[in-house]
Design a binder for this molecule. Structure first.
Ligand SMILES: Nc1nc2c(ncn2[C@@H]2O[C@H](COP(=O)(O)OP(=O)(O)OP(=O)(O)O)[C@@H](O)[C@H]2O)c(=O)[nH]1
Ligand SMILES: [Zn+2]
Length: 203
């Protein structure tokens, strides 16, 4: 596992022991798939995959609550703050295939605001794990609620699942939308305002 890595940093240091252990396993997997792991193109593949998979799950080494707490500011602003179109790249925990799309996040402060960049950082910290879209949506919402104690939080995620596109049911155009709300967003009027602000992006 990659420890204490911020998502904007290029990973130069992978844990050698874990990389070697993963690479040994991928060597076997590649052989079991009927390939020759000694041929030129595949020689370094087990190690590449080992690193790629560590990167795709680096969220386990991040503390999303701490990310928010590191940039909270006292501010007397009680209007809706919306950060929309945040790219999401995650991995479905059932098939270990990607799901990807956009997250739209809003909150109404209650004395504290947070540095804007921290919201996409929290999205990433939870997305870069083995996930289901519903849990990802809830975790982002809960984290913002716990850190800021705002008047309400709203999270909507729209995503395409490769496990439904490349295999299985093979529906190339299906998009899954999940949502999670607290506080003021449980009221019709506030929720509608949020939906209208992000709705050109909702399919
Ligand atoms: N609710 C939910 N389901 C997901 C998510 N990602 C993948 N899945 C589903 O997880 C389910 C796993 O079902 P199984 O029947 O155990 O697996 P499977 O035989 O590979 O299923 P098929 O994909 O239908 O071929 C599938 O229906 C996937 O579409 C997600 O984020 N949320
Ligand atoms: Zn899947």
């Amino acid at each position: 596992m990659i420890k204490e890595m911020k998502s904007y940093e290029k990973i130069e240091q992978y844990d050698t022991e874990i990389t070697e252990a993963l690479a040994d396993n991928y060597k076997v997997i590649i052989e079991n798939l009927g390939e020759d792991v000694t041929r030129e193109g595949l020689e370094k593949t087990p190690e590449r995959v080992a690193k790629a998979m560590q990167y795709l799950t680096h969220g386990y080494g991040l503390d999303p609550l701490e990310i928010l707490k590191s940039a909270m500011f006292t501010e007397d602003h009680q209007q809706m703050i919306v950060v929309k179109d945040i790219e999401v790249y995650s991995m479905c925990e059932h098939h270990m295939l990607p799901f990807f799309g956009k997250a739209h996040v809003a909150y109404i402060p209650n004395g504290k605001i947070v540095g804007l960049s921290k919201i996409p950082r929290v999205v990433d910290a939870f997305a870069r794990r083995m996930q289901v879209q519903e849990r990802l949506t809830d975790q982002i919402k809960n984290c913002i609620q716990d850190a800021l104690n705002p008047l309400g939080v709203a999270v909507v995620i729209e995503a395409q699942h490769m496990c439904m596109q490349m295999r299985g049911i093979q529906k190339q155009n299906s998009v899954t939308t999940t949502s999670s709300f607290t506080g003021a967003f449980e009221k019709d009027k506030t929720r509608k305002e949020f939906i209208s602000l992000v709705s050109n992006k909702l399919s």
